[in-house]
Design a binder for this molecule. Structure first.
Ligand SMILES: *[C@@H]1O[C@H](CO)[C@@H](O)[C@H](O)[C@H]1NC(C)=O
Length: 319
């Protein structure tokens, strides 16, 4: 029983200061009296047990009222002081002095404090205590100004974003040359597949092929078609690996080329040349056969045949 009492007292002492027990009787009597004075908010202020009317903005209380609701004796704010609102203050506030890093926007009046702002190129955010003006930021080279600096806000920058349009332009700048290079490579490859690779590369590097073709002298037959036929055996020198391509190039169809037995290579050449001559008729010319060889990069063979045709007196060089 005694220990229970002790615990109760102990709890009371611990818990009362924390406010766990609502003990209204312990509230201080003084503040209760003041709070109960029915002063009108924003118009009156309590003075002792009475309410005095506020002094108007630009003035301060010189001496308080003596009876409730009576106006206090007010006095104008001295030079360099102000009160912005109706008040029960005994003295006016001191006007703010603009700092060296600020400039005055409006001088102090009895009802309004001095208005200062940061000088150009500096700013103070209005929601921060402005002890010094901060320097305005500069946007980076990869940024654009979204908003200029003002006395109350810093410069706003935005990273220059590559727009979808210019992004595709960038892409095109990379892709197009690649496509061009691939295309040219394919053209070279296709060209080299058609002719012998070494000749092809040599020609490509020297860039002389077309010139040489143009330089190639035309031959004139001494004895018409007979001259041409007498030259057929020169074509037996055509490399066997090129002979099919040669006749294909002349427009002889594959079946005709393949149907011939491989053991009579010379005969095949004669036969196929005859087929070609029959088909071409009067148009058939040794020049076309030589041209076909040149087209297949068989320049040496063509030159040899030409020389033989001239040496043997079947053809003369066109002058
Ligand atoms: C910032 O100020 C400069 C010069 O005063 C002006 O040319 C520019 O247009 C302004 N920029 C913005 C985003 O207001």
């Amino acid at each position: 029983m005694r220990s229970f009492f002790k615990l109760a007292v102990f709890s009371f002492l611990i818990l009362v200061p924390t406010g766990a027990f609502p003990l209204s009787g312990l509230d201080s009597g003084g503040s209760k009296t003041r709070r109960d004075v029915p002063c009108i908010t924003d118009q009156q202020y309590p003075h002792g047990s009475i309410c005095c009317s506020y002094c108007p903005a630009g003035t301060h209380v010189k001496s308080p009222c003596t009876s409730s609701a009576e106006k206090a004796s007010c006095e104008e704010c001295e030079y360099g002081t102000f009160t912005e609102h109706p008040n029960g203050l005994n003295q006016c506030f001191k006007c703010t002095q603009c700092r060296p890093d600020q400039e005055m926007v409006r001088p102090c009046t009895p009802t309004q404090d001095t208005e200062c702002r940061c000088k150009s190129g500096q700013f103070c955010a209005p929601d921060e205590a402005c002890e010094v003006c901060k320097k305005c930021s500069r946007c980076g080279t990869d940024e654009v100004i979204v908003r200029n600096c003002t006395s109350t806000s810093n410069t706003e920058c935005k990273k220059i974003q590559t727009s979808p349009g210019s992004a595709s332009a960038d892409l095109a700048a990379i892709v197009l040359p690649c496509v061009a290079v691939v295309f040219i490579a394919l053209m070279i490859f296709a060209y080299c597949m058609r002719s012998r690779a070494t000749d092809c590369l040599r020609n490509l590097l020297s860039g002389q092929k077309s010139e040489q073709e143009e330089e190639f002298v035309r031959l004139v037959p001494v004895n018409g078609e007979e001259s041409l036929k007498r030259c057929f055996h020169y074509f037996e020198d055509i490399d066997i690996s090129h002979y099919k391509r040669f006749f294909r190039h002349l427009g002889i169809n594959d079946n005709e080329i393949r149907s011939r037995p491989m053991d009579s290579y010379e005969d095949n050449i004669h036969d196929l040349l005859n087929i070609w001559v029959e088909r071409e008729g009067r148009e058939a010319s040794l020049n076309d056969l030589l041209k076909a060889l040149l087209d297949l990069n068989q320049r040496r063979t063509a030159e040899t045949i030409m020389e033989k045709a001239v040496q043997d007196g079947h053809y003369v060089r066109e002058s």
